[in-house]
Design a protein around this ligand. Structure first.
Ligand code: ADP
Length: 269
């Protein structure tokens, strides 16, 4: 099966809301102008995908996104022969389409993919900017506008796959983290429709939980979870319940930790 990919034609959708956290917009623009591949590092839900969508708009570039998982192979990205009636025809995968058409390809969570994916993109992420399609015996030179962007969740916590240093050194890299409380409250308010003080309260709860490193959570409260909680509140679900189901429950299945986090967040609401 081909990798599931989503293509966005930036002219047909509205510009997404994106609040810059640091100098990432400038870094992206300069990487694009210099034909350099970009790696966005950081935990889930910190705005990496939103940022890429925003940049595609800003640069008026088509964007093809592939969410990588442990089954994603180079064939899924490059293409394969498929049966069409009585004939076998070649079908370009999302990466090949981006290379030929001149789009931004965004491989979300690249470290999750099979190792042959990393090998396949090597020649695209250096001065060659070429894709080798073994099955066709073809070498495709990337369109001038083609840009390679990937995201990666660094393995400072248990259970995350690593990227080899030799792979990491191919990319200009930007770190994403939770924004400071003022910015994050603004994001939560705009994304959900809750008012400022409501948003600030949610961010406070998030930061309290983020600082409880002794709980050993694999992933902590992301901006995404906060936005979800705020959306539930905005649509009328009671506040405590909203925080419980959108922020606390997704974090852990451990009963004691759940109880402790529920108590803590109820107290702060
Ligand atoms: P990631 O790709 O890092 O997992 P996303 O880009 O999917 O995270 O972000 C999750 C959600 O968080 C977005 O849908 C958006 O609502 C919100 N968000 C996070 N950071 C920002 C930001 N800087 N500007 C606007 N929205 C953001």
């Amino acid at each position: 099966m081909e990798a599931k990919s989503v293509k966005i034609d930036v002219n047909s959708v509205a510009e997404p809301f994106y609040k810059a956290i640091g100098n990432e917009i400038g870094v992206f623009e300069h990487s694009f102008n210099n034909r350099l591949p970009l790696l966005l590092k950081g935990p889930t839900g910190t705005g990496k995908s939103r940022f890429v969508e925003y940049m595609a708009h800003r640069l008026s570039m088509p964007l093809i996104t592939v969410a990588c998982h442990e089954e994603t192979s180079s064939t899924d990205l490059i293409g394969r022969f498929i049966l069409k009636g009585a004939e076998t025809v070649w079908q370009d995968g999302p990466l090949t389409r981006a290379v030929r058409e001149g789009a931004i390809i965004y491989l979300d969570e690249i470290a999750e993919a099979r190792p042959d994916v990393i090998v396949a993109v090597h020649s695209l992420t250096d001065f060659r900017r070429k894709l080798y399609i073994d099955k066709l015996g073809e070498e495709v030179e990337a369109d001038r506008n083609f840009m390679f962007v990937a995201s990666f969740n660094p393995g400072y916590q248990r259970g995350f796959k690593e990227l080899k240093p030799s792979t990491r050194q191919r990319f200009v890299s930007v770190s994403f983290d939770y924004p400071d409380p003022k910015l994050e409250s603004e994001i939560v308010a705009v994304e959900s429709g809750v008012n400022d003080s409501e948003a600030r309260k949610l961010v406070k709860i998030a930061n309290k939980i983020r600082n409880l490193t002794e709980l050993g959570l694999t992933e902590t409260v992301s901006t995404r979870l906060l936005v979800d909680a705020a959306k539930l509140i905005h649509s009328g679900l009671p506040k405590r319940l909203s925080v419980e189901v959108a922020v606390v429950e997704p974090l852990t299945d451990d009963e004691d930790t759940l109880e402790a986090l529920k108590d803590l967040s109820s107290m702060m609401i």
